[in-house]
Write a protein that binds this ligand. Structure first.
Ligand SMILES: Cc1ncc(COP(=O)(O)OP(=O)(O)O)c(N)n1
Ligand SMILES: Cc1nc(C(=O)O)sc1CCOP(=O)(O)O
Ligand SMILES: [Mg+2]
Length: 572
């Protein structure tokens, strides 16, 4: 089976000679196997028995690579079609979908099912679009434009749902995201109970994912009570039995929970996605925006789990950013989708959300040490990766900005070619300039919240924590992991207080985020660190044990072996 890589990730290409259009989503809908390669950061497509025209086109793409962009192969941007109602207040519905897709760098076409007169007080009126005209809009878009994902919102009548399902059967190539909208945030009914049976029988079985909130989940399951996370899991399983490939039950309204808990179920596994509950009046349109963002990420080629994680992070960040805006006088305000995030297409290149297991062997560079041993930073990073480092942080305290940026760019290339994330210590500007995978900040560096707003939802942010309180704040502020130390005394960082193995354990147990231990760790004590036996301690971060040595490769290999053995003994 041949394997081809689409360049440049995550865009897709098409050959206009024979109009074969390929995106990762479309390719998988057409029966190709799309592999998400950590190595190239690009989706690759395995071809089974396919027609020679298609094979030739893929071969042409492969041969021509990026240079083909200026020739007969053109860029196609990912495309979501939203089928939903218009909200005159523009917080939800079609308007939210357009903004969410724009914020995520995805084209969005629209089929309007109803026009609502709506503001921050509530819904004053609804006028359904005639069914025939919904059908006409659907045909116009689907017959001409290359849609990757169809996302549905307000479907106000049984007839409109039937027309949608019939049309989707005629154009079966897109993934389908169903947000089963029934009641607005203000409590107004947007689709009555008569819709339920056609949802269950026709629409849900076609969906790649459905995203009901608790009320919608209960309505779809004949009024079932949902009071706990376990109830949400059972409900997700029941909804999955109706046919959608994935179910995301959103627990934003769950009573007695300080976190917003969503349950994703894929038929085999449950994923509990938790984030701090953001207190804000401006939450109107959250559901529409989340579903649109999932659709947008799927259209770019993300896996379902990554799409859902990034979408949840995007909505959280936008809600947090918009807490203080005032639009309208009613109780439910809209939020700002186009928050000042840098969300151009360069930022959408990572096809995997942060993987905590990447913290396993965390190599932190030090320019002084590399100079002392007469090696360049790129050689140091290459050797560490070859020896088994699973994530790299550039901690170049004395480097000039221009030199740092140049080395960061070179190291990023090396890391990307090995599928290893690259983080920058302290310098958000350098991380932005080279489009690194993320940053690590300390308690007196740029606050995590500000870094998150600057970097966007998909970048990795780590923060140093010595206490349970700092660990809690890191979680509230939207960090991805914490670095806890100094575990042991170190010469690498001056005046660093040590927390010891007990302090590390206390912080790990208090932390909702994964933890990497740091400070004075090397081959003599790494095993002791990992054997504190706390599941969210994912690895060790080391500087001198790798870089203040003659051979970085040998030392990294030795540490990798010790960590792997410790991991095995912990698992048993
Ligand atoms: C993984 C990891 N953990 C902790 C630190 C320390 O960061 P900080 O406290 O900001 O100190 P400096 O490294 O900036 O001196 C880290 N770099 N990495
Ligand atoms: C960069 C850093 N941060 C620490 C913290 O306690 O947060 S300790 C530390 C230095 C780690 O270097 P080595 O592996 O050579 O001891
Ligand atoms: Mg720092």
């Amino acid at each position: 089976m041949a394997s081809f890589t689409i360049l440049p990730a995550p865009s897709s290409l098409f050959a206009n000679k024979n109009c074969l259009i390929l995106t990762p989503t479309l390719a998988s809908a057409k029966g190709f196997t799309v592999k998400y390669s950590r190595v190239s950061n690009s989706p690759s497509i395995s071809l089974g028995a396919r027609s020679s025209i298609q094979l030739q086109t893929f071969a042409a793409m492969q041969e021509k690579g990026t240079s083909a962009l200026n020739g007969d192969l053109k860029m196609k941007i990912p495309h979501v079609l939203t089928v939903a109602g218009s909200d005159s207040g523009a917080g939800a519905g079609i308007q939210a979908d357009l903004k969410a897709c724009a914020a995520r760098g995805v084209y969005c076409s629209t089929v309007i099912t109803a026009v609502t007169a709506q503001n921050t007080v509530g819904v004053q009126g609804v006028s359904n679009v005639p069914e025939d005209f919904v059908a006409e809009q659907l045909r116009s878009v689907l017959s001409d434009m290359q849609v990757d994902v169809v996302k549905t919102g307000m479907l106000p009548s049984v007839g409109i749902v039937k027309i949608l399902c019939k049309t989707l059967r005629e154009y079966p190539d897109q993934a389908l995201v169903v947000d089963p909208v029934m009641v607005s945030t203000s409590g107004d009914v947007l689709a009555g109970p008569s819709i339920l049976s056609v949802f269950r029988e026709e629409l849900l079985p076609m969906a790649g994912i459905i995203t009901p909130n608790l009320k919608e989940t209960s309505a779809l399951l004949d009024g079932i009570k949902l009071e706990t996370v376990d109830d949400m899991r059972s409900a997700a399983r029941l909804l999955h039995n109706m046919g959608p490939k994935h179910v995301l039950v959103k627990g934003g309204d769950l009573p007695d929970s300080s976190d917003a808990v969503d349950i994703l179920f894929d038929g085999d596994n449950f994923y509990e996605l938790r984030s701090p509950r953001i207190k804000s009046r401006n939450t109107h349109g959250t559901g529409c925006s989340l579903a649109s963002c999932i659709a947008a990420e799927l259209a770019k080629g993300y896996s379902m789990l990554s799409a859902v994680k990034v979408a949840k992070r995007y909505v959280e960040t936008a809600l947090d950013y918009s807490k203080d805006i005032v639009i309208g006088g009613g109780p439910q305000g809209p939020f700002d989708h186009l928050l000042r995030l840098k969300s151009n297409s360069r930022d959408c290149q990572r096809l995997q959300a942060f993987n905590p297991n990447d913290l396993f062997l965390y190599a932190v560079t030090d320019s002084g040490m590399n100079k002392r041993w007469g090696r360049s930073i790129t050689d140091a990073v290459k050797a560490a990766i070859e020896g088994g480092a699973t994530i790299v942080q550039l901690r170049e305290k004395d480097a000039e900005t221009r030199d740092f940026l140049e080395s960061a760019r070179a190291c990023l290339k090396i890391c990307q070619s090995h599928g290893v994330p690259l983080l920058i210590n302290d310098r958000i500007d350098i991380a932005l300039a080279c489009n690194a995978d993320g940053v690590h900040v300390g308690q007196s560096d740029m606050p995590v919240r500000v870094a998150r707003t600057l970097l966007g939802p998909e970048k990795i942010i780590g923060v140093s924590c010595k206490t349970p309180e700092q660990a809690h704040q890191a979680w509230v502020d939207g960090a991805d992991y914490i670095g806890c130390g100094g575990v042991f005394p170190t010469n690498t960082k001056e005046n660093n207080t040590t927390v010891g193995l007990e302090g590390l354990k206390t912080v790990c147990m208090a932390s909702k985020l994964p933890v990497v231990a740091i400070g004075g760790i090397g081959i003599s004590n790494a095993r002791d660190v990992m054997e504190i036996g706390v599941p969210n301690l994912k690895g060790v971060a080391v500087v001198s044990a790798l870089f203040d040595r003659q051979c970085v490769l040998t030392e990294t290999r030795k540490l990798h072996t010790i960590l792997s053995e410790a991991n095995v003994s912990i698992l048993h």
